[in-house]
Ligand binder design. Sequence first.
Ligand SMILES: [Zn+2]
Ligand SMILES: [Zn+2]
Length: 315
Amino acid sequence: MDFIFECEVNMKCSSCDRQAIITRKQAGVSLCSEHFIDYFERTVYETIASTRMIEEHDRIAVAVSGGKDSTALLFSLHKILKGRDVKMVAITVDEGIRGYRDDTIRAARDIAGKLNVEHHIVSFREEYGYSLDQMVIGKNVAPCTFCGVFRKHALNRAAKRLGADEVATGHNLDDEAQTVMMNYLKGDYERLMRFRPSRIQKGLVPRIKPLRAMPEKEIALYCMVNGIFAESRECPYADLSLRADVRDMMNALESQFPGTKQSTVLGFEEIAKRERGMWTQMDLEECRVCGEPCVNGRCKACELLEQLGAVALPG
Ligand SMILES: [Zn+2]
Ligand SMILES: [Zn+2]
């Protein structure tokens, strides 16, 4: 291996004699590329196994944006589930973000093709009549709100069309810690609890996050050592959200106090476990316009579409 990611030169792997490429400060171990890949895939496997995310005969829709997280997700799942009776299909949602999406869609198509995984592209433009760029033009709204609502909506509909048992997304430890922290900061208990739903809802394909224990940096490294991803580009809208500030804050804390992100998530898991008995998970209804699950008669996507002056969605 001709690069060292984050550790000192001449640092040996804790499991063999080779040069280490990363020191995992929190665990106090250094790993060479081979042992890093082992550790990575074992952790992903344990995440899947401990929560029974995936069962035999399942059909998994993997959300592949073409970024490093979802690329690592598809690649590692493909390897871990090899030989099992599990079928994978890749879904890419094309939000329609100029100067950003085209490259990542190509990357998604490449990785799916390389692994021989069936690939489907769902675009905002075809599903809703507008690209994300068109939706937010001249409006004083956070693009991430629109994007998040429609992406979830489109992904769920596509997963149902494809007969998927679950949707796997590339959310990592950083994303999880950010979401928990954002909900703390906003004091949003309902949303915080919904982050770990206790049961399956009708019409909603269960979402699983096999990479949720993996730090973003290690995912980047996993892509590098496997030669599956060359460039990382950030969504041009990313800086406009609270999440960006929370991310910077969590990164600063993590570098000063390694383990902060993990303890943020573990602390929340503990709260969620204790609160579960007290919190009644709302029953979702069917949206009267599009039939997707929602809380009060009409889903958020249809509500936003009406604001945009669009015609009703076909069911
Ligand atoms: Zn080693
Ligand atoms: Zn709807």
